[in-house]
Design a protein around this ligand. Structure first.
Ligand code: ADP
Ligand code: MG
Length: 728
């Protein structure tokens, strides 16, 4: 085994960068492989084009004849680009993307064949995808599920395949994927936000939620990554001693990008350009060999698809460069983990960012309306927000003093805090003309100036306002953004519906003017949302205590965090907003909890295997060398030998102690797993895995890592942290 490590190292050290030269301007290749609006305009009849645009903008149906036309145009466009296959591309509840390729090719008798692709094949397919998790939906109702074209996310070509973004639903209508509830949540927030935006501008017809994700990842030499069974099997290292140098010098962060990594990034970015993914920013992150990539924000559904596609493409491009992308939230202990900040806002079809301050008092009141409603939504649903980012891998990061804690809070900066304070003092009921003028000039009117020099940044906040958007920072690097985005947009939708009702009631019953009513409702929201606002250090212990006093949840583990997804309150919320019915919500809960169990189970098995079959035999081998040495010394020096063999004998003992501990713990862990596996109730099983099995990982790792320090480097089979993190 140690030969694998050294061979991998030799190869890694001798690798040359795969040099990428860009011949075209990026703007010229952008969207080249996307069946986008321009392509459609060129290749569709006017009727067909109008029909697709209407489907995109208002969700109207596309009839069969038009679908045939679109399919045929798509096929011609794709064939001209050398495409041979098509696939309905979807996002099952594994969180990854799925595709099953079919050739355009069809036989027509007489030994002849043609390329064929009709409206039927475009609009709907029935993949035999019965092995995807469905949380019992399909067992209970109907065995089959189908995929249906989502025209709001354009078809694209990857390699030689035409990919058609689709939803995945059961024949009974229940969603079997992440996209369907997201589309419903976006619909809900559109309708609720449009109604509120109409207070300020009657011409608003649609509000789009926007998302700009920032993807963090590690980039490791492929050979080195493959030499570690834990990375191969679980995406992270389950053991490994910290190197002498980690990230303490901060010499990697924003530093010059290593050549191999840079060429990978260029290659990836070119591919992204062709796929219409508007990537813009790249830089080194805090940990060694950690990087970040960020696009220009897009409409949320498209942004989610683009992020899912990106995660897939990253892996493929990396292998061309003999690199491996690690998307896991915590691939290495002791250095920073990876997240995926979700920058989110709401924008109108009239071009207004509802979370961006405007130029007039009225537009700033609009800003404050959406700003305060968002805060209120998080305040009332903090625990659900936490549930939306829960996973076995993200548990390592949240609350590990490097990432936002498991406690949700909102950071808005000193100046906006002062604005809210002023608004809190607004008179109950009708406002005097003086108060109105004063508010408009001195409070609401001052907002743009305030934000211009708002350099206030708090890196420790999970949900921070950053000038013209909120940034949800606790999302995991590996996560499908659909899940947190479904939750965020649902709770904001619900909040805006409630807000509109309250304002309308005040206008009607108390005879208040529109702006008076808005001020009145916002004042109450500010009072009710104080608990969620926090400007201090989110990593500190004091905050944990303070948050507890405030009654905020602090669910550190996934089994604890997920529960709230199926609370009565939240089942009602999803149902009321038309996002998920009870069956769909419960199915997702079950799938996520089961996924948690499987992850910990696999990690336990892999760790047990490495500890027993790699670490212990190596330690024994080295111990034998020491024993031989001690016997030799005894032969040489007789009873005097201890003078020369004391150190060795100490190490021999230490090794035995660690071996003993590892063996005992691995046995104990295996027994605990067996016990857990026998528990029928999946929630209780998850708790066992979380609180009984997982804690033993640390003990096993501790002794293995100590052995790594004791054993001869030449013998050690597992590629070490310094080699994984500093080989460039
Ligand atoms: P930062 O200083 O946090 O890096 P940036 O302005 O560079 O801020 O933006 C970071 C991310 O936020 C980018 O991915 C960007 O596309 C996204 N973003 C900017 N404006 C919006 C918006 N209105 N809605 C959603 N995302 C946005
Ligand atoms: Mg950011």
């Amino acid at each position: 085994m140690s030969t694998l490590r050294f061979e991998a190292l030799k190869e890694a050290i001798n690798r040359n960068a795969v040099i990428i030269t860009e011949t075209d301007r990026r703007s010229a290749i952008f969207g080249e492989n996307v069946f986008n609006q321009t392509t459609m305009m060129q290749s569709l009849t006017k009727d067909a084009y109008k029909s697709v645009m209407a489907a995109i903008e208002s969700g109207s149906k596309i009839n069969r004849a038009i679908a045939d036309q679109i399919a045929s145009a798509m096929k011609e466009w794709a064939l001209a680009k050398g495409v041979t296959h098509y696939t309905h591309w979807f996002q099952p509840l594994t969180g990854a993307t799925a595709e099953k390729h079919d050739a355009f090719f069809e036989t027509i008798g007489n030994g002849q064949a043609i390329e064929k692709f009709g409206g039927g094949q475009l609009v709907q397919q029935e993949p035999d995808a019965s092995s995807f998790p469905n949380g019992g939906i399909r067992n209970t109702f109907e065995a089959r599920g189908y995929t249906a074209w989502d025209p709001t996310s354009p078809a694209f070509i990857y390699g030689t395949t035409l990919c058609i973004p689709t939803v995945f639903v059961a024949y009974t209508g229940e969603a079997l994927d992440y996209k369907t509830p997201l589309l419903r949540a976006l619909q809900a927030v559109d309708s609720a936000a449009t109604a509120v935006a109409k207070y300020f501008d009657k011409n608003v017809k649609k509000v789009n939620a926007s998302l700009g994700w920032e993807q963090e990842y590690f980039l490791i030499d492929n050979g080195l990554a493959n030499s570690r069974p834990d990375i191969v099997m679980t995406g992270r290292t389950l053991l490994g001693h910290s190197p002498a140098k980690g990230q303490q010098l901060d010499d990697h962060y924003f530093g010059s990008i290593p050549t191999r990594a840079l060429n990978f990034m260029m290659d990836l970015e070119v591919e992204c350009m062709k796929l219409g993914i508007p990537v813009k920013t790249r830089h080194n992150e805090v940990a060694p060999n950690q990087f970040e990539l960020a696009p220009i924000y897009e409409e949320t559904n498209l942004a989610v698809d683009h992020n899912s596609l990106l995660m897939d493409v990253m892996g493929k491009i990396a292998s061309r460069h003999n690199l491996k992308v690690l998307l896991h939230e915590k691939p290495f202990a002791g250095v920073n983990g990876s997240g995926k900040h979700n920058n989110w806002s709401l924008g109108t079809d009239t071009g207004i960012n509802l979370l961006g301050p405007g130029k007039t008092p009225m537009s700033n009141l609009q800003f404050l309306t959406f700003f305060i409603n968002t805060i209120k939504a998080i305040n009332d649903n903090e625990e659900l927000m936490r549930a939306g980012i829960a996973s076995a891998s993200n548990d390592h990061r949240l609350g590990a003093n490097e990432a936002p804690p498991a406690i949700m809070s909102v950071f808005i900066g000193e100046q906006l805090t002062a604005v809210l304070k002023e608004l809190e003092g607004v008179t109950d009921g009708k406002l005097s003309p003086k108060e109105k003028t004063d508010l408009k000039l001195n409070v609401v009117g001052k907002i743009p100036e305030i934000l211009l020099d708002n350099t206030d940044r708090n890196r420790t906040s999970p949900f921070a306002f950053t000038g013209n958007k909120f940034e949800f920072r606790a999302v995991g690097s590996k996560a499908n953004c659909a899940n947190p985005m479904t939750i965020l947009n649902t709770i904001v939708a619900k909040q805006l519906v409630d807000f509109k009702q309250e304002v309308d009631k005040l206008i009607k019953k108390k005879d208040l003017k529109k702006d008076e009513a808005i001020f009145n409702v916002l004042r109450e929201y500010i009072k009710q949302s104080k608990n969620i606002l926090f400007e201090g250090n989110g990593y500190g212990e004091e905050w944990e205590k303070e948050a507890k006093k405030r009654g905020l949840s602090n669910n550190k583990t996934t089994p604890e965090a997920l529960k709230v997804k199926v609370s009565d309150k939240n089942l009602r919320l999803f149902e009321e907003m038309g996002v998920m019915n009870k069956i769909e919500a419960e199915a997702r809960y079950e799938i996520e909890i089961e996924e948690y169990v499987m992850h910990i189970q696999i990690e336990g098995r892999v760790l047990g295997d490495i500890a027993r079959n790699h670490v212990i035999p190596t330690a024994i081998k080295y111990q034998n060398t020491l024993i031989n040495n001690v016997s030799g010394l005894k032969e040489l020096y007789g009873s005097d030998f201890k003078k020369y063999a004391a150190e060795q004998m100490e190490i021999i003992e230490e090794i035995s102690n660690h071996i003993g501990k590892i063996n005992a713990k691995v046995n104990e862990m295996t027994e605990a797993r067996k016990k857990a596996n026998a528990i029928e109730d999946i929630v209780k099983r998850a708790e066992d895995y979380c609180f009984k099995v997982k804690p033993m990982f640390d003990d096993i790792r501790y002794s293995c890592d100590k052995l790594e320090l004791l054993v001869d480097d030449e013998l050690w089979p597992l590629t070490k942290y310094r080699e994984l993190l500093f080989t460039r």
